[in-house]
Design a protein around this ligand. Sequence first.
Ligand code: GLC
Length: 599
Amino acid sequence: MSSTTPAGTATFGETATGQHPWWADAVIYQIYPRSFADGNGDGMGDLPGIRSRLPYLANLGVNAVWLSPFYVSPQADAGYDVADYRAVDPRFGTLADFDAMLAEAHSLDLKVIVDLVPNHTSDEHEWFQAALPSQPHSAERQRYMFREGSGPDGSLPPNNWQSIFGGNAWTRVADGQWYLHLFDTKQPDLNWENPEVREEMVSVLRFWLDRGVDGFRIDVAHGLVKAEGLPDWSERASMVEGREHSPGVEDTGAEDADITGLETEPTPPYFDQPGVHAIYREWNSVLSEYEGNRMLVAEAWVEPAERLFHYVRKDEMQQAFNFGFLLAGWNAARLQASIEESLLEAGKVGAPSTWVLSNHDTVRHTSRFGLSDPTTFPKGLSADDEQPDEALGLARGRAAALVMLALPGSAYLYQGDELGLPEHTTLPHSVREDPAFFRTGGVERGRDGCRVPLPWTAASPGFGFGNYPEGNSGPNDDGARPWLPQPESFAAYAADRQVGVAGSTFELYRRALELRRAHRLGSGAVEFSELNDPARGVLSFRNGDVLVVANMGGAPVKLPAGYGMLAASTSDAIRGAAGVLAPDTSAWLRMVPNGSTGR
Ligand code: GLC
């Protein structure tokens, strides 16, 4: 049995008054604006739609929302290609809609985090538009990464870097120079060696801080600074190397106890360069001028965890996404290793850890966990691929939520997690929009399947995502329909089938969040329990007075006497008078004071 009581747990992020800042143990709900709620019935989610559903989130019991980009953008990468950092795209509403949404969120005691995309702009940003007709080496060009080509006539790219989305990372412009884009051609990388770029992004931070946002999620936080001389890099370009999908291969995980999901790879010259940290130190001091414990959370696919936690040293960001936990999959040994490593590294820098199972870039965990190898990380799924076992994936997804929400630190939910929503695994290629699908020739199915509009009401057209005419629930050609088609199976997951319905996934999350607050799990500590036995698929730990048991193995697990049940991932998770926990379930137990079995 091992025990993990991180040195810094008691003091992480403490303010001068000794209070924990709000973000230290917050549960933060990711809203993907295109797909959350459509207020004007044009098929695309928007800010008024978000505002109208804030009471739903307050009822769920989250502490904050994080909004993916809603700024002016040609939407070449669903808004992660920003053309104007200070304006709302008309598809999503207006600045006044943003202010109204923010005010309403605050009145419901919900914090609001917005997405900042500093690595690249859209090619339609005024800076890039000014760079194109300007001379090589001009001030306009030096805001981006323009270089001469290689080869005798410069007709070859400056180096061999590949785009994360597939294909070359360089595009040639009319006068023969090339510009770098780690992502799509329409996402030129900014030159972070240029002080003008640094000043501009600080000014953008201030613009939103002045409006009252509580924090920023920093997109590709590890990518801004590139290695001197832009040396060649022959390894595969990827944000993340998950486990290959190897159906049928039995993996108990026992042999890779130190694996947290991110294999140790050499660092590419465009990621995790030492120079990025000075940027975050500057931003930290900008935020500290504002009241209210504003925060920064890094999207940094960096390994090992020790390097990731460099981003949350005291004078840098407040949080970093814990993708090692996300990549661990449904596997006790891998999850335990991730939890131990995260808490250890978090303790060293005095920061809280974060936990996350899904986001807008990953196949939803309910679907990953229903694959024959529930530790794989496919880059999208299509009808030609192995189809997940939906019921099994849902059971495991619910069980994993109870593991995540019992951990100390901050937890991130992706919209629809609380409904147990699966990935859309059979989207026709004709409706896909993710540039990764097109740039890899379909080898990567892409991320559209996790971005399908939410089902709010089972019996309405478009499942109530917006107000659509009768008979318009699926793809048709009058334009008024959700921007991606929803599978018929979404009816069963609709919010109106779950809110207030005993046993629903929504009520499980609501109850878990309530208990998490009541038992102060977010500011607690983890101690692996005597039941913990990863070789048999059992993950079990204590946090304060709560005993968490998750059964990721094939056999029932005998529960100890003297405990009462606080929550269980399904109504029949605990069976028999003696109390055994069924496979693919989890439970929160608490010792019954008089020692009698409270089950
Ligand atoms: C981040 C975003 C992803 C986007 C990419 C480029 O990884 O989460 O959606 O495509 O950055 O901005």
